[in-house]
Design a protein around this ligand. Structure first.
Ligand code: XIL
Length: 370
């Protein structure tokens, strides 16, 4: 299976290389080739990206490309707990509302990310959580935030990254302040409170590390399917799974069959699937830019082809639109200190091979029922 995947990747890369060699990048960007969202809509899908508030406030050139390529946006940080409730019972929506305003003017839908996460917790929060207090603190936050955005969001990532099988908890749950204070029930409470207060936002469980045929990700896929089955059996109102898709261009264990089976197993439980944070890191690849771009594009295409083949997948979000800004440059620095090239547009906002790869995957995806 691994060698099959490798062949698929190389085949995809060669096709992408030939496809774009004829058209210089600048010329291609100036043409009226429809953006990725238009191409997605033709298949009943959507395309979108994460937007950091600094771009929204400071980079009009970047932001001009967002509505050209996207039908959906998500705040890279602005909807996280530390921003929305920086002090107990002090809710601050200014940054998030900045993105809401931009999206409303440009007729873009918005995903909320994220209600409950073990990161981006303000300093006051974890020390306050005990058996006696945690449920009230959780429901206050989720209720206040979901009521505030009532009917204005397309999706909520209700919980983020709740799994870590290495922690050896039941269901492979991550050891977090929430798990310690409430047990697995914190997930149920988060979904129920979201459903009760903003029933029109699609309720998503968002997770990473489910992409490759390597042992720790195999464990995580298994744990995720078990957790979903148990949430469904308890009638927890979950509706979808978010696959973050933070990919690594140097990873050879991309097995399209494993990936496709996994997504189909989620769909078989009556859940939809959203690709929520796609990017492809190149910190393990040599410096040469053209060959990095080919490898990144081929990798993204192999992953997307396998996932978009399943009709339960409703759309694709990248974690940023242009290489001008990516969290990967902090999280996974290259040894040569060069900036990474993980996103569809380059740092000069020109469409690159990663863009071609996404367009090609959307083009070959089966059309979704209206
Ligand atoms: C990241 C942001 O991109 C960074 O700017 C921030 O410092 C940390 O969080 N998975 C997620 C996202 O669900 O919220 C993370 O975003 C990236 C990994």
């Amino acid at each position: 299976m691994k060698s099959l995947s490798r062949r698929l990747i190389l085949g995809g890369g060669a096709a992408l290389l030939t496809g774009s060699a004829a058209a210089p990048q600048a010329a291609r960007s100036a043409t009226a080739v429809p953006g990725l969202h238009s191409q997605a809509v033709a298949k009943g899908l959507f395309f979108g990206t994460a937007v950091d508030h600094t771009l929204l406030e400071e980079d009009t050139a970047y932001m001009a490309h967002v509505p050209r390529e996207c039908g959906m946006v998500v705040g890279e940080a602005s909807f996280k707990w530390e921003h929305l409730q920086p002090a107990p019972n002090k809710f601050v929506f200014d940054q998030a509302e900045g993105l809401m305003g931009f999206a409303a003017r440009r007729h873009l839908r918005v995903r909320g990310h994220t209600l409950v996460w073990h990161e981006a917790m303000p300093d006051w929060l974890a020390p306050q959580l005990s058996r006696a207090t945690a449920e009230r603190i959780l429901t206050t936050h989720v209720r206040t935030v979901t009521q505030h955005f009532h009917r204005r969001l397309a999706h909520w990532d209700v919980v983020n990254e709740v799994l870590k099988p290495e922690d050896n908890n039941p269901f492979g749950l991550r050891e977090t302040p929430w798990l310690k204070a409430m047990g697995a029930r914190y997930i149920d409470v988060a979904f129920e409170t979201c459903a009760a207060n903003d029933p029109t936002a699609l309720r998503v469980l968002n997770e990473y590390g489910t992409d490759y045929a390597v042992p720790w990700e195999e464990k995580k896929r298994g744990a995720l399917l078990n957790l979903l089955a148990s949430l469904k059996a308890r009638n927890v109102p979950i509706q979808a799974v978010g696959l973050q898709a933070h990919l690594d261009a140097s990873q050879v264990a991309l097995d399209q069959k494993v990936l496709n089976n996994f997504v189909n197993s989620i769909a078989a439980m009556g859940l939809s699937v959203v690709v929520t944070e796609l990017d492809v890191r190149d910190n393990n690849l040599p410096a040469d830019v053209p060959s990095r771009d080919v490898a990144i594009a081929a990798h993204a295409k192999a992953w997307l082809d396998a996932v978009l083949a399943c009709p339960a997948v409703s759309g694709v979000m990248t974690w940023g639109l242009s290489d001008r800004r990516s969290w990967l440059n902090e999280k996974y620095k290259r040894a040569d200190a060069l900036p990474q090239r993980p996103l569809p547009l380059d740092a000069d906002l020109r469409r690159k091979k990663m863009w071609d790869a996404i367009a090609a995957s959307l083009a070959s995806a089966p059309r979704r029922a209206a």
